[in-house]
Design a protein around this ligand. Sequence first.
Ligand SMILES: [Fe+2]
Ligand SMILES: [Fe+2]
Length: 303
Amino acid sequence: MYHDYNFGSVLAASSRAAWQIDDVLPADARLDFARPFMPESLARTGALDGLSRNEQLILNQVRGHEYLVIFGLVEEFILPFVLDHARPQLNGDDARIRALLNFASEEAKHIDLFKRFHQRFVDGFSTPCHVIGPPEAVAAEVLRHDPLAVALVILHIEWMTQRHYVDSVRDDGSLDPLFTSLLKYHWMEEAQHAKLDTLMVETLAEGRDEAAISSALDEYLEIGMFLDEGLKAQAAMNLEALERATGRALSDEEKTALSEKQHQALRWTYLGSGMTHPKFVATLAAISPAARDRIANVAPAFC
Ligand SMILES: [Fe+2]
Ligand SMILES: [Fe+2]
C-alpha cells in the first residue's frame, strides 16, 4: 500500500484544520496592488521581454485574478461530483459519508471565498478583466465524462493546489499577504481533499481491467485538452486586460510572442503541476503502470 488514508483520519484532520471565511478575508482587508499576487514560478511574468517592470506587475495581478476565477470554476464541478459519489451509499460507513459531505461543504465554502476575493480584486483594479466560462458550461462538459476520468482530474487539481502553496507561495515574502493567506487556508483544507480523491479514484477503478482503465485515461486526457483550449483563450484575455489596464496597444508580433509564453505558464499552473505531482503519479501507478507511463509521456508539453 502506498498510502494510509482512511475516512476516519481525514475527517478528524479536516475538523482540526477548519476555518471561517471571515478569518481569511476580514471585512476591511484590501489587496495591496503595489505587490505581485502570484509566485513567479506560476506567473512567469517577470521574465517577459518587452514589458516594463510595472507592466509585468500588472500582468502578474491579472494572473491572480484568473487564478481566483479558474479555481471558482473547477470547484463548481468538484462539488456536484463529490455529492454524486457520496449519494449511492448513505448507510453503513458513517465516517465515509461524513468525510465526503464535509468535503462538499468545504468546496462550497471555497467557491464563496474565491467569489468574495474576486470582488475585492474588482474593487481595487482599475479596468475589467475577462474570463472563460461560464462555470456551469465547463462543469457540464467535464461531468459528462466517465466518473473515473473526472475523479482523476479532481485528484490532479487538488494535489496541484498543494504544490502551488508549498513549492511557490509559502516562502515568497514578496507577495501580497492577503492573497498568500488565501492560498494558505485553501491549501490547509485541500490537503484532506486530495486524500479523499485518492480513495474515490481507488473505488472507481476497482474491478476494472486494463482496457477500462485505459479508456478512462483517454477521457482524462480529453478533459485536459478541453481545459487547455480554455487556458489558451484565457492567456489571450489576460493580455487584453493588460492592454486595458496600462493603455498600451501591443503589436500583433508582441501579442503572439506573449500569448505563447503565457499559455505555457497557464499550462504549467493548471495542468503540468498536477500531472507530474508525485502523489498523483503514485495513484496512477497503483491503478495501472501503463497509465502512469502514458501521462509521463505527455506531461512535458504542459510544463
Ligand atoms: Fe477548494
Ligand atoms: Fe478541494
